[in-house]
Design a protein around this ligand. Structure first.
Ligand code: ATP
Length: 372
């Protein structure tokens, strides 16, 4: 008689959307890493479905994705996204036609961007030790300056007018600030900086400040302060260790997080998650870099930003052991200059970095991939 132990294997359904440019190189690399993780454990695996949406799809069909595209990915557990941007299609078409369509369609209102100086990375702040820069930027991802409200009239005439209205709702501001306070509370320093511009923008940003004060009362153990967005740029450079979790509007955080990525050494490393914290829809994980057409198709793209995004995906799925293993593997390869791609001053290729991460994962004990 055999004693057959039945084990429940969880299958996560992942939509992969490489998009444009180097997205077509880094997303398959991310998928390879996920497959390497699946091979190391018997508790979960992945089922991938690839979607060829983006600039080429636009040239063929006149749209960046099909009209019913959201329905095709609605039931996935997560989305791994590459980048969107095409030199022959206006940026607002590629952005609104694909990435923002997914973010807004699935109400992924919290955009989360961790920034750290990884081992072996030569970051530009000479007075800053690696431990001095350990931030998470929370970006409001559904309204504000990028709400899409506005219009143009009298086009081509001297009286032409164009508006982009920054629209902020109490519900939208409350939910992102509450998310940020909660995230700050979960981090060791329990420290939150709320970015504002209420000196010059005297309506919506004043409401933003008022709501921050209200929400802060729910989190008495979180220390928080306010900083004007312009002053925040100087503080990030001059006093990085005074920051931990940072929350800002859509536009402000867009700019601050590119600064953060540059301060941490390279755009090619930085990850981001577009989260629906209520989990009504799939969340989307992507490197923050764009399509980088200058290096496209050469196998030179740094896949680390995508791998770190995969770490965030695994955390979101609750696979904390696998997330930790992958982050350890990433830190081991960044510590090795022979595995630095061109953006980090090295000569390694996408394939070499990916092979190295997969090899590290393959050598780790299977038990380490179990969720804590
Ligand atoms: P987009 O218009 O789609 O935002 P972009 O090419 O203008 O894209 P990014 O892709 O964000 O801008 O990056 C700017 C430059 O940084 C690129 O041209 C490329 O040289 C470099 N770069 C960005 N990401 C990477 C990466 N993952 N690996 C290597 N180099 C990168």
């Amino acid at each position: 008689m055999f004693n057959i132990m039945e084990t429940q294997v969880k299958t996560y359904r992942i939509a992969t959307i490489p998009g444009d440019g180097i997205g077509k190189e880094v997303v398959p690399a991310g998928q390879r890493v996920l497959e390497a993780i699946a091979a190391r454990n018997d508790a979960f695996n992945f089922e991938f479905e690839n979607f060829d949406w983006g600039g080429d799809f636009y040239r063929e069909h006149g749209a960046m994705m099909p009209a019913d595209g959201l329905d095709a990915i609605r039931n996935k557990d997560a989305i791994l996204f590459g980048s969107t941007g095409d030199p022959h299609i206006p940026d607002h078409v590629t952005l609104w036609g694909l990435r923002l369509k997914i973010c807004q369609g699935f109400d992924q209102y919290a955009n989360v961007r961790p920034t750290r100086i990884l081992p072996g990375i030569d970051a530009p702040l000479k007075r800053c030790g690696p431990k001095d820069l350990d931030w998470v930027i929370v970006r409001e991802n559904s309204e504000g300056e990028y709400s899409g409200v506005g219009g143009r009239a009298h086009q081509g005439h001297p009286i032409e007018v164009a508006t982009d209205v920054s629209m902020m709702t109490r519900a939208g501001v409350e939910r992102i600030l509450r998310f940020a306070f909660r995230l700050a509370q979960s981090r060791p320093r329990k420290l939150l900086t709320v970015i504002t511009k209420s000196n010059a923008q005297r309506h919506a940003m004043v409401m933003w400040d008022e709501i921050a004060l209200e929400v802060s009362k729910e989190f008495p153990d979180v220390e928080w302060d306010k900083e004007l967005v312009d002053a925040a740029t100087a503080r990030m450079v001059n006093r990085p260790a005074t920051l931990d979790t940072i929350v800002a509007t859509n536009l402000h955080a867009d700019i601050l997080s590119d600064l953060a990525a540059a301060l941490a050494g390279s755009l090619g490393i930085a990850p981001t998650a577009n989260l629906d914290p209520e989990r009504r829809y799939p969340s989307m994980f992507e490197p923050i870099h764009g399509s980088a057409f200058d290096i496209m198709g050469k196998g030179l793209a740094n896949p680390v930003g995508t791998f770190w995004s995969v770490v965030m995906m695994l955390e979101h799925l609750g696979e904390t052991g696998a997330a930790r293993q992958l982050m350890n593997a990433i830190e081991r390869i960044t510590a090795d200059p022979a595995l630095h791609t061109g953006d980090l001053g090295g000569t390694a290729t996408t394939a070499q970095v990916t092979d190295a991460v997969c090899a590290i994962l393959a050598a780790e004990p299977a038990a380490q991939f179990k969720a804590a």
